[in-house]
Write a protein that binds this ligand. Structure first.
Ligand code: FAD
Length: 461
């Protein structure tokens, strides 16, 4: 746990274990390397990954500048689920306590068919009694990270839409924006511009960028008194084409209203048809499928209360280009569907790992290589899981919906399978038989056996 404004923890002796990930993941392995202090770093994108990276890197003494395309840095989207991995990263920044006061503790995930049959039941506490997820409004997560960036005095240049990175003298690079303005020069450019990154094409190598067939309609709605499941991510399915989700996400920093993120699957090519059908017809359909959710839906008054998002399966061969001094983090490097609730957690872990690699290595090139080595297996596991599992929850296939309903519930009753499903949910898998331990970043989110304590619902860091 970091004291506010403090430095990262003093180095601890390495503890490598079978199945553990590369040591660059663990910041305290990083003997501080003076030659790599005071780097000039430009970060493109003030989203989850960019803000976190800025905070980690500025705390290490680098000169960081954030560039954001919007005229004002702001959150996009409704709510998300932070896993123990993401929470442990926030803890390294001293921000998890405030996140927990704003967000909603999530103990379990439950999926039912429209007929009421339970087909998915996963409880974090069955992995470790103290573990939980945190449903949080995007604006709350954004505010936490943004406040920290402001507190650290990191400048944010807004209205800057980066389009490319170019060489400059002395192995430095500049960022060129849409108006042709040059920003920098920088020793390192971090691309955190999200799913539709315009910069990742500069990396060379193979890039896969495939849009998922289904997207989602999202809204952050007041949670009603009648809604009992305040600590559960609830999902309701009708085959694979229909999925409805309700995730408690706590409150906004300036508004005490308790909210939930409401989710409805829509085929990307049927978005217009969905809008044309009208709000009332849609609300009636949702209420017929899942009557309990009808009072929450009353919070939707106009189409503008809902937003549509689509997502892509993004895989890049190598998330850095040593020649340009460019690293890509977050969705730009590994976009996934939100089904597994991992994207923001992966972005936060990227940010932590990149800072750790820069702290440890002798050159930027070595640091980028070690950053990639440290992240590769974790990222690859979730990319694969997202690609394979999403069609079971969002696709046109009746067969996959049937298979899910017939097998997932059974599997979660087999201890080994349940353990694997919980580890996947908690964001810790780095391969079929390996995992990382967020306890290496913050003891309170440890997933390996240590002396566990049950934490109160919210405590400050
Ligand atoms: C519906 C939905 C639900 C989700 N639920 C979850 C969940 O439960 N748990 C979870 O962990 N993740 C979830 N995610 C994924 C998560 O939101 C993303 O993985 C995460 O926000 C990625 O962070 P990022 O920093 O890579 O990108 P973003 O947060 O998207 O930030 C990118 C930033 O870059 C800026 N930008 C873009 N292009 C440029 C440019 N050219 N120049 C300058 N600035 C630019 C953007 O304006 C933005 O501010 C969900 C996503 C969606 C769509």
């Amino acid at each position: 746990m970091l004291p506010s404004g403090g430095v990262l923890p003093a180095p601890r002796p390495p503890r490598r274990r079978w199945g553990s990930v590369h040591p660059a993941v663990y910041p305290w392995f990083a003997e501080r390397n003076d030659r790599m202090r005071n780097l000039r770093i430009g970060i493109v994108g003030a989203g989850t990954g960019g803000l976190a990276a800025a905070a980690f890197l500025a705390r290490d003494g680098h000169h960081v500048q954030l560039l954001e395309r919007f005229d004002e840095a702001r959150p996009v989207g409704a709510g998300l689920l932070l896993q123990p991995t993401g929470l442990a990263c926030l803890a390294q920044l001293g921000l998890d306590g405030r996140a927990r006061t704003l967000g909603a503790t999530i103990h379990d995930l439950e999926g039912r068919t429209v007929g009421g049959r339970r087909v998915l039941a996963m409880d974090y506490r069955r992995l470790r009694p103290h573990l939980f997820g945190l449903g949080i409004h995007r604006a709350s997560l954004f505010t936490l990270l943004h406040d920290e960036v402001v507190r650290l005095g990191i400048p944010i240049a807004t209205g800057v839409e980066a389009v490319r990175v170019e060489h400059h003298a002395n192995r430095r690079s500049v960022i060129v924006d849409k108006q042709g303005r040059h920003h920098g020069p920088y020793d390192l450019v971090v691309d955190a511009s999200g799913m539709r990154s315009p910069l990742r094409r500069l990396l060379g190598g193979r890039i896969r960028d495939r849009q998922f067939t289904y997207g989602a309609i999202w809204a952050a709605l007041p949670i009603t008194d009648r809604w009992q499941r305040r600590t559960t991510l609830m999902q309701c399915y009708d085959g694979a084409p229909v999925m409805i989700g309700v995730l408690p996400i706590g409150r906004l920093p300036d508004d005490p209203t308790e909210r939930c993120a409401f989710f409805w699957s829509v085929r990307v090519d049927q978005r217009e048809a969905w809008m044309a059908a009208g709000l009332d017809a849609w609300k009636a359909r949702v209420a017929a499928l899942w009557p309990d959710v009808a009072p929450i839906l009353d919070g939707v008054r106009a189409p503008g209360d809902l937003s549509f998002v689509s997502y892509a399966d993004v895989v890049i061969e190598r998330p850095y280009c040593p020649d340009l001094g460019l690293a890509v983090i977050g969705d730009g490097a590994h976009g996934t569907s939100p089904q597994l609730g991992q994207g923001a957690n992966l972005a936060l872990t990227d940010a932590l790992t990149l800072a750790a690699a820069l702290r440890r290595d002798e050159t930027i090139e070595d640091a980028l290589g070690n950053f990639h080595a440290a992240r590769r297996r974790h990222v690859a596991f979730y990319q694969l899981a997202s690609r394979w599992l999403t069609p079971f929850f969002q696709s046109d296939s009746r067969v996959l919906g049937f298979v899910r309903d017939a097998t997932f519930g059974l599997a979660s009753r087999v201890p080994f399978a349940e353990g694997q499903m919980l580890r996947t949910l908690a964001g810790i898998k780095t391969g079929p038989f390996s995992e990382l331990d967020p306890g290496d970043w913050s003891e309170r989110y440890a997933t390996r056996s240590r002396r566990f304590t049950t934490l109160p619902a919210s405590s400050s860091s």
